[in-house]
Ligand binder design. Sequence first.
Ligand code: BYC
Ligand code: FE
Ligand code: FE
Length: 473
Amino acid sequence: MSLSDSIPNNVDLGSDKKLLRALEKWQPNFINWWMDMGPEGFQHDDIWLRTAVSVEAGGWAQYDYVRMPDYRWGIFLTPNEGERTVGFGDNATSKVWNEVPGELRGLLRRIIVTQGDTEPASVEQQRLLGKTAPSLYDLRALFQVNVEEGRHLWAMVHLLHQYFGRDGREEAEALLERRSGDPDKPRILQTFNEPTDDWMSFFMFTMFTDRDGKYQLAALAESGFDPLARATQFMLTEEAFHLFTGETGIDRIVRRSIEAAKADPNGDARGQEAIDLPTVQKWINFWFSSAVELFGGEISSNAADYFATGLKGRFREKKKYDDHQALEEVYSVNVIEDGRLTSREVPLRNAMNEVLRDEYIADCERACRKWNRTIKDLDFDFELKIPHRRFNRSMGIYSDVHFDLAGEPISNEAWEKNKTEWLPTPEDREYVQSLMKPCYERGKFASWIAPPQKGVHGMEIDHEYVKFQSEKN
Ligand code: BYC
Ligand code: FE
Ligand code: FE
């Protein structure tokens, strides 16, 4: 482990001077991008952050006050355990690759670039949120997520530089040039161009969009291209906190909503500057339906190729499955024919996006059951629901027809009539926006969110998670 190097790493960068020089050349461009597009207004403050310093399960992270531009973004791969073989697909049982097989170069580069592109995109989407943070605890959580997404970009850039020569270096530059939401040079996947401009959206994003990250990274952690498998494996350790932030953030909004409704003479959470549960449901409907697109087409030859070549497996491919060929089985996909749903059997490999989406949806439903338990424990009568995967899709086989929340096809008129009940309206957004006022006092929380159950890493909830060095307006 080299922590004193210009770029902390466990990949022995010191012995590969050419690679080190290329990365050191990219580093100032990354910092420029961070100063331009990273959290606005907080670059001089001391944030109590976790930094990855090792790959040991027990002690991989260090907590301390850091100014974000001084964060030590490093390159860490989970160590390989013995001789590994490609775990699935047509190359199963051959040795894993430590160089890029020529015929897989294009596919692999595309996966790495797509993955890499989402990381800086999310930082760009969240760059103004610090100005309206509901507490110091949450402000720190935002910055923790942001610096780690920055490290995930480093992880993918390292692979591009080490294994893809000049093409890789060009892709690494382009990762700093695209911009979330920019019509001329947008980020690759649509969800990463959606504005994330209120804190409820931030929690929805870390719940639903980062969770796509978890499943995509887990699928890549099975990869036969060993450096990718090991890089994504380590990214997953950091990812757990992002998902925790989203899932518990929504729980805290729900909790506060109910307290507020109970305290209000009209039983209306909005009367107490909190967020009523029907509005929370609309945000869930929007962000879930946006994130669910990220799994790609339901019937996809790309997905079949990724699996066949051994580049991208299923969730827990090695642990969970016996048949790693997936050549015999079929998968029933519900398709639309003449406006009606009918089931069509497709070869399993072509349905791999749908298989991963199934895992994702089950996990979202688990979290939703937890929120509903909170509601029940507070003796309140309301049930949150994860919408059906067909609801509000703009890509894939369900994008031509409208579906209701339960996944039943509906007419255009029915959609137009109901969509203001199902999705955030401009008025809803305006209301939520009106609550977004900073609350930077130690131990205090904004009116619309309950405190967390406990602080970070053994600290108190009212710990000074951010020490301001510059005036905040
Ligand atoms: N938006 O066969 P299809 C994360 C394109 S999140 C725009 O349906 P495929 C994170 C597709 O490229 C995890 N375009 O899809 C979270 C293709 O284009 P071409 C990110 C899209 O390729 C929070 C065409 O449509 N990682 O880490 O099987 C914060 C038809 O392709 C979209 C990955 O995604 C879309 N949503 O699957 C920070 C892993 N979907 O060929 C970070 C790497 C599809 O017609 N990516 N298209 O030009 C992949 O494995 C696959 O590319 C996808 C798409 C699963 C994304
Ligand atoms: Fe990430
Ligand atoms: Fe993340």
